[in-house]
Ligand binder design. Structure first.
Ligand SMILES: C[S@@+](CC[C@H](N)C(=O)[O-])C[C@H]1O[C@@H](n2cnc3c(N)ncnc32)[C@H](O)[C@@H]1O
Length: 406
């Protein structure tokens, strides 16, 4: 199908700032669908019907006109950057859409600040929880944040200060590219409740205060980063387990018998598109998972409260499964293997002889690799030091074969 839909990105400089192709598309349109603020920027010479987005927001007014001539959508800046163009592209083939972009708010912010856009981490708080910010906080990192409204900068300043990043430099950039453009600068720890316009981008130069705990990008966060009751896969074993699970962007993990959630959390921290389900039956541990997922910046990790294997029945098929608890429960290994996608990885850790025996028996039937992780740490013994051995872990790793029909 030839393009029937034109998505026009408009800046704060309005119709006057649009290029020829965008103006022409709007002049020839029969209907222009957009936010009320954007529709109000159109001059009288645009004869098309003006249709504001429904509340709650839905793409239906566009999708139900599929194939009609003269359908235009008006959006802010670059519609493919956290915009409605990106949402439409998820529903329609690219060949049906023509997108005429204006500079994005982040492109304008980078221009004002003299920051190279490719060196900056961009994220949106529009309809997204503030906690998603945590994995981006590193000393010296530069962030451009799409604010949800005028309260976002104060909320970000509060989170930065609570995490020990109080000295960070903040710049609020309001109404970029328009007559009302304004910049406000300050530090997170002294930001307070500064009044800012609802339309703003927040630029942050992260500066860690003294002795702020480092939360590195790689797997194996310090054990002290977690709130736990002792049921924590310890740092080194966690790093080995994550390496075996081998996350890739967009993949889904089941963390079965999740304990305090550390494996699912580090799986999701490895890439913003990684998803995880933490399956946990114990209500106190469920509360620990919810705390840890927010504190470590993966608020989208989903908790499945229930017992495996029953709780696994209706969950979406995973790309990888980790079984930390419940290895010896009847049916758990079998159900996980059954639901795992072809090519997916199953990793199970056992500490007791009984659960180890199950892993050995399971491997007899399905194959896989068994490893024994025996870590020791130097600890004082009188005036000397000796090795203190942690409980050894038996790790099973198996990759599900592709079936001959796939
Ligand atoms: C739904 S996102 C759309 C982003 C847009 N597609 C772009 O190219 O920037 C809306 C958010 O973008 C930011 N934004 C968009 N235009 C802006 C402008 N002219 N000045 C400041 N912020 C802007 C604000 O943070 C706003 O809440």
């Amino acid at each position: 199908m030839a393009p029937w839909l034109t998505v026009v990105g408009i800046g704060e400089d309005g119709y006057g700032g649009l290029g020829k192709a965008a103006r022409r598309a709007l002049r020839e349109a029969r209907v222009v669908i957009g936010g009320e603020r954007h529709l109000a920027l159109l001059p009288r010479c645009i004869a098309a019907q003006r249709l504001p987005w429904p509340r709650p927001f839905a793409l239906t007014p566009v999708l139900q006109r599929r194939g009609e001539a003269g359908v235009c959508v008006l959006a802010s800046g670059d519609p493919m950057f956290y915009g409605v163009g990106a949402s439409l592209a998820a529903q329609l083939p690219a060949a049906e859409m023509r997108v005429l972009s204006a500079p994005s708010s982040c492109a304008l912010a980078a221009a004002r600040l003299g920051w190279a856009l490719q060196d900056v981490s961009t994220l949106s708080l529009v309809g997204r929880p503030l906690q998603a910010l945590h994995p981006r906080l590193h000393d010296g990192a530069r962030l451009l944040i799409l604010s949800s409204d005028g309260h976002s900068p104060a909320a970000v300043a509060g989170l930065l200060t609570a995490r020990g990043y109080g000295p960070s430099r903040l710049s609020v950039l309001e109404h970029l590219g328009g007559e009302r453009e304004r910049r406000l600068d300050g530090r997170a720890e002294t930001w307070g409740e500064v009044q800012v316009a609802a339309l703003n981008v927040l630029a942050v130069e992260c500066l860690a205060g003294a002795q702020v705990p480092r939360l590195p990008l790689g797997p194996g966060l310090p054990d002290s980063a977690y709130r736990h009751d002792g049921q924590l896969t310890k740092r080194d074993v966690r790093a080995i387990t994550l390496a075996r699970l081998a996350p890739a962007p967009g993949e889904l993990l089941w963390d079965v018998g999740a304990g305090c959630g550390s494996i699912g959390i580090e799986w999701m921290r490895s890439h913003p598109a990684c998803r995880a389900l933490a399956i946990e039956a114990n209500s106190e541990r469920q509360a620990l998972i919810l705390h840890n997922r927010d504190a470590l910046g993966v608020p989208d990790l989903r908790l499945v409260a229930g017992h495996a294997p029953e709780a696994l029945a209706d969950l979406p098929a995973p790309d990888a499964v980790f079984i930390g608890g419940g290895v010896s429960l009847p049916g758990v290994l079998e159900r996980c293997w059954e639901r795992l996608k072809p090519g997916g990885r199953l990793v199970a850790n056992a500490v007791t002889l009984q659960s180890e025996a199950r892993l050995v028996a399971w491997r007899e039937r399905h194959g896989g690799e068994l490893s024994r992780i025996a870590l020791a740490q130097a600890r004082p013994l009188g005036d000397f030091d000796t090795w203190r051995q942690a409980l050894p872990i038996t790790l099973l790793e198996a990759t599900k074969p592709w079936s001959p029909h796939e």
